[in-house]
Design a protein around this ligand. Structure first.
Ligand code: B12
Ligand code: SF4
Length: 430
């Protein structure tokens, strides 16, 4: 008999959350691999096109498909009680999921997406509700939290944890064999305006604050045919905006990214592309910048973190200030709007003394582009995350919270001063 599988993207418990082209892409990909082998239903707590959220004022999408979630203020968990910010639950109300379960059960398996390690409260809520509605359904967790904090996730009461991108044990557990040529299960959404693509896995760099090198081990390209089939599926569903979730989209571009963009042009597919997960500017060439813009790239998020050479050398030498300036110049020459180019810089990294963040913020501003402070989230198992054990209990994932950690390290005032400086300088970039 064909098994019935429920896919769930949990609500978020955090100080802040914004839909920055966020989709449960791992969950949808796994469901895609099982296309035709199971029957699926999706409950996405963060779907802003769900009729409940669509009715809220002020949640409309911006011109690239991003926007706010509905939310409610709740008490912060004890671990974060001292952080002077309001704590919230973001996403659809719990009662809607409970009604959904009552109407749609029984399910054989429930796949739950996990994302940021410090968002596990939402995962816990889902596990509780599924257990109450249907104790015999097998609950499967996969994604970032289940991989990076497996021992902690084990305690939430799920039946099976998928570890990283190694899905063989999952197929054995389900007793199903996947079709790995299938694109993600985008049909699970009734309405869709934003999609995601990922042309590769992993990254050839080894930044000391990042989990990617350990989780994926090596850089690998994915099948171009499969990615193209997925793009066609998305464009057939009238998706207007697509974000790439690659960690190293521009690495080895000739092998995968360039042929992909050439095919987009050849088939005259019109969508807006975005790179929220930081591009490595070292690999930008005049030809690549031009091709990206011709194929539909609208926003460009660039990874910088700091202009300090010393900081870069201590953390993996991802990129230099000169390389950033060159790439910005190439994108602008190719036709990108300077206001749509943003450089990320880490705020609250443990080597803060070496980081010279103020100088770095001013340097980015001098290039005429926007800067964005990416609050540091310490990740267990990375060199920098392990170093952070001297400030926080890294075995409690709530302490990986990106709003909390910079305040714990730098203090509330210093954190605000740096954010104010960034905001003030950005105002001048139209
Ligand atoms: C896309 C992305 C984002 C997006 C949005 C994510 C979203 N949906 O909300 C953006 C750019 C907004 C973002 C922001 C941030 N991010 Co981010 N992000 C990612 C990224 C690249 C992919 C996450 C993802 O969707 N994975 C799922 C898919 C795409 O991966 P996949 O390999 O195809 O998945 C396979 C398997 O993993 C498995 N699988 C995956 N999910 C599931 C689910 C089930 C049920 C099963 C069975 C299997 C399974 O099967 C898949 C198919 O092969 C990861 C790095 C990474 N490579 O995972 C970082 C990562 C999750 N981000 C990270 C960080 C640090 C951040 C920021 C804090 C950065 C900052 N300071 O601004 C912010 C936090 C945002 C917030 N609101 O708190 C960290 C994690 C931090 C943490 N403590 O958890 C990561 C791991 C990167 C890193 N530095 O190591 N991020
Ligand atoms: S370049 Fe980016 S993805 Fe690669 S290791 Fe460094 S931070 Fe992680």
């Amino acid at each position: 008999m064909t098994p019935k599988i429920l896919l769930v993207n949990p609500p978020i418990y955090d100080f802040a959350a914004y839909d920055f082209w966020g989709k449960p892409y791992g969950l949808l990909s796994v469901a895609g691999y099982l296309r035709g082998r199971a029957e699926f239903a999706l409950f996405d707590y963060l779907d802003r096109l769900h009729p409940f959220m669509a009715e809220f004022q002020g949640l409309q999408s911006d011109r690239w498909g991003r926007g706010r979630f509905c939310c409610e203020r709740i008490p912060a968990p004890p671990a974060l009680a001292d952080v002077p910010r309001y704590f919230r639950r973001f996403g659809l109300p719990r009662s809607i999921f409970r009604d959904f379960l009552a109407q749609q059960r029984p399910f054989d398996f429930v796949f739950v997406q996990t994302m940021m390690t410090y968002w596990y409260q939402g995962v816990h809520e889902v596990v509780e509700d599924v257990r109450r509605a249907q104790p015999e359904a097998k609950i499967i967790l996969g994604g970032n939290y289940a991989t990076l904090c497996a021992a902690h996730a084990q305690r939430l009461g799920a039946d099976f944890l998928a570890n990283g991108a190694d899905l063989d044990p999952l197929w054995d557990y389900l007793g199903l064999s996947p079709d790995l040529t299938q694109p993600a299960m985008w049909q699970a959404y009734e309405k869709l305006n934003v999609g995601v693509l990922k042309l590769s896995e992993g990254c050839p760099f080894s930044c000391t604050y990042c989990s990617v090198p350990k989780v994926y081990r090596q850089f690998k390209t994915r099948s171009l045919d499969r990615s193209f089939a997925e793009l066609q599926l998305l464009s057939g569903r009238k998706v207007t905006d697509i974000a790439f979730y690659d960690d190293a989209l521009l690495f080895d571009a000739e092998k995968i990214f360039v042929p992909f963009l050439q095919e987009v042009l050849k088939q005259n597919i019109k969508v807006n592309f975005h790179s929220p997960n930081a591009l490595n500017v070292r690999f930008v060439t005049p030809e690549l910048a031009k091709l990206m813009i011709q194929a539909g790239f609208k926003t460009f998020y660039l990874g910088l973190e700091s202009t300090s050479l010393q900081w870069q050398q201590r953390t993996g030498s991802k990129v230099s200030a000169t390389e950033l300036a060159q790439a910005v110049d190439l994108f602008i020459t190719a036709g990108a709007e300077p206001a749509n180019i943003t450089a990320y810089q880490i705020l609250g990294h443990p080597y803060t003394d070496a980081q010279e963040l103020e100088e770095s913020i001013r340097f980015v501003n001098s290039l005429g582009i926007r800067g964005m402070l990416a609050d540091f989230s310490p990740i267990p198992g990375t060199p920098d995350g392990e170093f952070c054990r001297r400030w926080v209990d890294m075995d409690e994932p709530l302490f990986h919270n990106k709003t909390a950690f910079p305040i714990i390290l730098l203090g509330f005032e210093r954190t605000n001063t740096l954010k104010d400086l960034q905001r003030r300088l950005n105002r001048a970039i139209s």
